[in-house]
Design a protein. Sequence first.
Length: 371
Amino acid sequence: MQHVITLSDISKSFDGDIAIDNISLSIADGEFLTLLGPSGCGKTTVLRLIGGFEEFDSGEIRIDGTPVSGMVPEDRPVNTVFQSYALFPHMNVYDNIAFGLRIAGMPETDIAHEVPKALQLVRLEKMAHRMPSELSGGQQQRVAIARAIVNKPRVLLLDEPLSALDYRLRKDMQKELKELQRTLGITFVFVTHDQEEAFTMSDRVVVMNEGRIEQVGTPKDVYEDPANLYVARFVGEINVLDGVITGVSETNYHAEVEGVSVVVKAKRNFAEGDKVHVLLRPEDFRVEVMREVNDDPELAEKFAKAMLKGTVDRTYYKGATYDVDITLDDGKKILVSEFFDEDAENLYFHAGDRVAVGWFEGWEVVLPHEG
């Protein structure tokens, strides 16, 4: 696999505060890679280091194998779309897009050919003569993208370009950006704090925290097999059960989880006596309700042997699904997500219901206990 960008042992500080702490990362040619993390985690700093707007303190950045230390932004084969779009208010759409080409000395006859092609890619062919003030937020964002791609960069850097848009438009632009990246075939490096946005568009996601990389992987890998508790909690709702390994076999582990003996599978190695976290997404749980058990001996036996027992606190209707807050008998609170049966008159679970909670073996993620 050819790597268009390589970061090796990069560190960066501002006034003695560490912003990037010795990170290494390779980005493949034609990849849509997203830097995901909360505000202040260093993701935008990484973008600015690649773009040349900041200089790193140590390490090396290569683009197409060439070190770029000291190289000014305009000499790098990358273009950046900023959160603010940064359009020239006194220029119409055509001139905003043509600006970089004119600075580069391209003849006007060639510019007249390239600008309409860029406008067509972002579906703004009829907006060429409008001023930025006459455009919606989504249209301004498309102009900023067209201005960036008209120069045919090797890499397009996008710094939270959708954050100012309303929910519906943001969703539409996520799809359009991904389709545009496929059409152009160039590398996109995207910055966001929105997990759903990152998962929707990305080939790979880089989860960052306090200037460090916590995990790199496909959206599926990051969601289903988080590297640590931080990643698990950041990329979606997660239930964290406390446990201890009580026995080890060739294929799985015996553990006591929230006071109940269970069998778990783990990709990491543990020894008897190790404290662990057992992680489950809300949709991973399967729940039986005690009121369905009283007159059914088979269900009664199943309830008696259930892994975890508790009481429903409340439910939240969410359309296709509904969430159920449950307090286990040992006091641990968990969240369960259930599909809503449209044919049912009411939700299946109600506050006060006694329930038995379990999951299919292997759906759990087992991590070393933190704290």
